[in-house]
Design a protein around this ligand. Structure first.
Ligand code: UD1
Length: 448
């Protein structure tokens, strides 16, 4: 695919109704979980993003038959022909979620071969919690020429305490445990809505899983599972981003299928900024009526139900244009401030601060101080990860003039036509091949 850029032109307040796609982080793990049964699984409400295509290729390389129906947002995975247990290294390097097939492969076929996963550059992102606990479950792991060979005679149930409630590790262990004799207990498990969606999908397949107080998941192994027929939950991160599109443009946006109860702290912070939030019956549907005089609010990311790290960069954009100064503390990933430099290019006033309170560089800090400015200005920016691409589009819609963003592959990895939804709300945004970018514009700093 040729390189592309996104052009965003300031279009005033965004207004209207939109619905969000299925959750990217939920569908990828459910696709991996289809490997746990022999037969054809059907997933609906699937966001057709590049990551979903990568996961489809990954499953096909294992021998599964996969069909994506883009119109109906549906994926079928037939696992009857799975015959290979080596994960395609190219896909593995593109997408961290590839590691999520390890648990299902070990559970069904007692083996898996893979290289270390790639994905967004937001930190070191090791998989030590996954590997350490697979070993505890009786998996032998060897490295040969950077390829990880995992094998087990028989998985063993055990009690696993996670030192950090890692989403991926919880999901991988869960999927390994559903076909493991006895009861496996995960203490300090991640309980993100996407993990709960996976549990629901596994339960529909016949898995025996209970969630106990204080973040404990108990899985009692069964001998086999049936294929799933599962509808993926709406994407809370896309919903949050659309609400922020209303906030940063001073508009009025109703996300008809947003699940408010998946985003309590985020919505509370929007209200603290002065925005009016209306929630539909039983938490279904969220509307923002933006204040024209937003106030800056500090926040700190954390595991669910804390403020989601994936909304940190989009929420930072809203702080760049609010009155006052706030602090943003990123506690989940150690290198998730790469968008700061790009926002600074647009005129944002952001200072990186170290633990001692002294100024430091973007790569060394986990905290930034944002002081609101009257306006941001469109310029050339580069997206370095999925959520940064969304943040920069949000900055572009709030900025004066035109913003040109490269790194569009990140946007395509995470979202199913989010640009079309923004057009529906009144934004002038387009995706074009880089060849159309005239040379002078490629080098120009500002486009006002
Ligand atoms: C998932 C999401 C990602 C989200 C993140 C946190 C998917 C496909 N991705 O990523 O969008 O930002 O949850 O909500 O669902 N860690 C280790 N060792 C491990 C595993 C994790 O040190 O073995 C660390 C990570 O480097 C990170 C923290 O734990 O600092 C949280 O990572 P984790 O919850 O595992 O995130 P992912 O599952 O990778």
């Amino acid at each position: 695919m040729s390189e592309e850029y996104i052009k965003v032109i300031s279009s005033g307040p965004l207004h209207g109704e939109v619905s969000v796609a299925g959750a990217k982080n939920a569908v990828l793990v459910s696709m991996a979980a289809t490997l746990l049964a022999d037969g054809e699984s059907i997933l609906t409400n699937v966001p057709i993003s590049s990551d979903v295509r990568y996961m489809a290729i990954l499953l096909q390389c294992l021998g599964a038959e996969v069909a994506l129906d883009e119109e109906r947002k549906l994926v079928t995975v037939d696992t009857r022909s799975v015959c290979c247990f080596t994960v395609n290294p190219d896909v593995m390097k593109k997408m961290r979620a590839s590691v999520l097939v390890m648990g299902p492969l070990l559970a069904r076929f007692s083996q898996a071969k893979l290289v270390f996963p790639g994905g967004c550059s937001i930190g070191a992102r090791p998989i030590n919690y996954h590997l350490k606990n697979f070993k505890k479950m009786g998996v032998e792991i060897h490295y040969v020429d950077e390829v990880l060979h995992a094998k087990t005679k028989k998985l063993q149930s055990c009690r696993i305490a996670l030192e950090y409630p890692s989403v991926g590790a919880t999901e991988n262990i869960l999927m390994a445990a559903v076909l493991t004799e006895g009861t496996t207990t995960i203490v300090n498990a991640a309980l993100e809505p996407e993990v709960l969606d996976l549990i629901e999908a596994l339960q529909c397949m016949g898995a025996r899983i209970v969630i106990c107080p204080a973040a404990i998941i108990q899985i009692t192994g069964v001998t086999s599972l049936k294929p799933m027929n599962h509808s993926v939950i709406p994407d809370r991160l896309e919903a949050g981003s659309l609400l922020l599109a209303g906030a940063v443009t001073g508009g009025d946006v109703f996300v008809t299928n947003a699940r408010a109860y998946d985003m309590d702290i985020f919505l509370m912070k929007l209200q603290e900024m002065g925005h009016k939030i209306e929630v539909g019956l039983n938490g279904n549907g969220v509307r923002i009526k933006a204040t024209q005089l937003p106030e800056a609010v500090s926040f700190k990311t954390g595991p669910y139900p804390g403020f989601p790290t994936d909304l940190q960069s989009p929420m930072m954009v809203a702080q760049c244009l609010a009155t006052g100064t706030c602090e943003i503390h990123e506690t989940v990933f150690e290198n998730r401030f790469l968008h700061v430099r790009e926002l600074q290019k647009m005129g944002a006033q952001i200072k990186c601060i170290s633990g001692s309170g002294l100024a430091c560089s973007v790569g060394d800090c986990d905290k930034v101080q944002v002081t609101g400015v009257e306006a941001l200005y469109g310029t050339n920016v580069i997206a370095t990860d999925i959520r940064a691409s969304c943040a920069l589009v949000l900055a572009g819609m709030a900025a004066k003039g035109k913003t040109v963003m490269t790194g569009v592959d990140h946007w395509r990895r995470g979202y199913d036509q989010l640009d079309k939804k923004l057009i529906q709300l009144g934004l002038r945004i387009s995706i074009q091949p880089v060849d159309y970018l005239i040379p002078s514009a490629r080098n120009a700093e500002h486009f006002i």
